[in-house]
Design a binder for this molecule. Structure first.
Ligand SMILES: Cc1cc2nc3c(=O)[nH]c(=O)nc-3n(C[C@H](O)[C@H](O)[C@H](O)COP(=O)(O)OP(=O)(O)OC[C@H]3O[C@@H](n4cnc5c(N)ncnc54)[C@H](O)[C@@H]3O)c2cc1C
Length: 441
């Protein structure tokens, strides 16, 4: 029986493990954290579980829907229509469609029309490939104009990518516009989003249970120190000084971690991976006694603000699941070396909540029931111009070593859906190239 080692127990790792077990492999998943789930892992709150980072799912994300069905969780997948707002210069505006845009007073009237037309044009473009050759900033300045760049796009891109915003691929804009349009089309004009009640972490807990029931082994608290390669072929991994042999290894870690774990990978491959930069994610999850606004998602286009988005989660997930408490994420992306990535949690939460009070003066300390902080340094691969030319494939230059990682979702934003898909595709490739019926080199 062929043996596989999966490095990482997030959605991609568990998805790969499940698929390989179905194909008759012996599988061992090694996860460095004390728990499984990775970026989609959960914390306990208000008597239930919820993701550390906000999560929702789009209509058309078939892999997560199929997995929920497979695991008997279809009744937990809740779909809702949501509203979007936009804060500019301290004022909150509705931001849901052409009419809201025409009333968006921070922009001169003609700029509103131009912004709307440019978004419509990005929406009808069929292919993202030519856009990957252009910078997002150049595209947006050309088609939406400078006022729209200064008031809308620029602050949004800066809050997501910081100083790297100048380098972001225009294909990223294409994907953002298309995924929203698709979701609105299927929701008959309204944004329709999905949520797994209990969190994506719950789905992954069920997936981990299914992996174990099929005979797979999942070890948490296991930090893989090295991926072992000999003569251009992967032979296993090293963890806590022990050497574990395998017929195939599937790495689901960020590419920079892969480069560190397998320094004997060819230099040109490592150099290519080194070009992929990551932003850190930081979310403060706040439980409140009252609602902030009618909006699920509010973009905060103020670069002096600590956070870029406010997600009032209980406008998507039923509030009864949280004992009637309003659950809000204050989300931001930061440079990996930003002091807040390592500062004490209370200090970070206080700074974020102070900005929330500034934006919502009716809110006071008495309205705060509690908070927690979620942080991850290698959370968001930055899709720079020409990303398609450096995007790594599932197959690596070393035989029997496969890669299923967030950076491969390009041009789509990384998601649990894509992670499950990539994990499963890496498993299929491992079976084809290294399974019992394969001609093994
Ligand atoms: C702020 C934020 C918001 C998001 N919003 C959404 C959303 O709305 N919808 C959505 O679908 N997705 C969302 N995502 C993305 C989604 O969570 C991820 O794309 C998905 O969970 C990635 O899964 P993965 O298995 O590829 O990677 P990860 O979850 O990163 O898993 C990799 C695992 O490898 C482990 N690991 C690393 N190094 C080692 C080592 N040396 N040894 C052993 N284990 C190791 C890590 O601990 C981790 O558990 C969001 C993410 C963030 C940060």
């Amino acid at each position: 029986m062929s043996q596989a080692i999966i490095v990482g127990g997030g959605a991609a790792g568990l998805g790969a493990a499940f698929r390989l077990l179905e194909k008759g492999w012996q599988v061992r998943v090694l996860e460095k954290s004390p728990h499984i789930g990775g970026l989609a892992s959960s914390v306990d709150t208000s008597g239930t579980t919820i993701e550390r980072f906000y999560h929702h799912h789009f209509v058309g994300q078939d892999h997560i829907v199929a997995m929920a069905e497979r695991l008997g969780l279809s009744d937990r997948l809740h779909w809702g229509t949501t509203k979007m707002g936009f804060i500019s210069e301290g004022e909150l505006y509705p931001f849901n469609g052409p009419l809201d845009l025409l009333r968006f007073s921070p922009l001169p009237f003609l700029s509103r029309v131009r912004l709307g037309m440019s978004i419509a044009w990005f929406g009808v473009l069929k292919n993202w490939e030519p856009l990957d050759k252009r910078y997002a900033k150049e595209l947006l300045l050309t088609y939406s104009g400078k006022p729209a760049w200064d008031k809308v796009w620029g602050p949004l891109l800066r809050l997501k990518y910081g100083d790297l915003l100048e380098e972001v691929s225009a294909a990223w804009i294409w994907e953002r516009v298309h995924s929203r349009r698709k979701s609105q089309k299927l929701g008959k004009g309204k944004e329709s989003l999905g949520y797994i009640r209990g969190g994506s972490g719950l789905l992954l807990q069920h997936l981990a249970k299914a992996v174990r029931e099929l005979g797979g082994v999942i070890e948490t608290g296991c930090h893989v120190e090295a991926i072992l390669c000999e003569d251009g072929r992967c032979v296993g991994v090293q963890e806590s000084g022990r050497k574990l042999d395998a017929d195939a290894v599937v790495a689901t870690v960020p590419v920079q971690v892969l480069a560190r774990l397998a320094p004997t990978l060819p230099k040109d491959y490592i150099d290519r991976l080194a070009n992929i930069e990551y932003q850190a994610a930081l979310c403060v999850l706040v439980r409140l006694k009252k609602s902030l606004s009618p909006y699920y998602w509010i973009n905060v286009a103020d670069v002096k603000n600590t956070f870029a988005v406010i997600i009032e989660h209980t406008h998507l997930a039923p509030i009864e699941d949280y004992n009637g408490e309003v659950v809000v994420y204050l989300g931001s992306y930061l440079r990996r070396d930003h002091p807040w990535v390592t500062a004490p949690e209370d200090e970070v939460a206080k700074a974020y909540i102070a900005d929330l009070f500034r934006l919502f003066p009716d809110l006071s300390q008495d309205d705060i029931i509690g908070y927690s902080v979620g942080r991850e340094a290698l959370a968001q691969p930055v899709f720079k111009r020409n990303f398609a030319s450096i995007k790594p494939t599932l197959e690596t230059p070393v035989q029997r070593l496969f890669l299923a990682t967030t950076a491969q979702s390009f041009p789509e934003s990384r998601s649990v859906n894509t992670a499950l898909k990539l994990g499963s595709e890496a498993a299929d490739l491992a079976e084809r190239l290294c399974g019992a019926n394969a001609h093994r080199p």
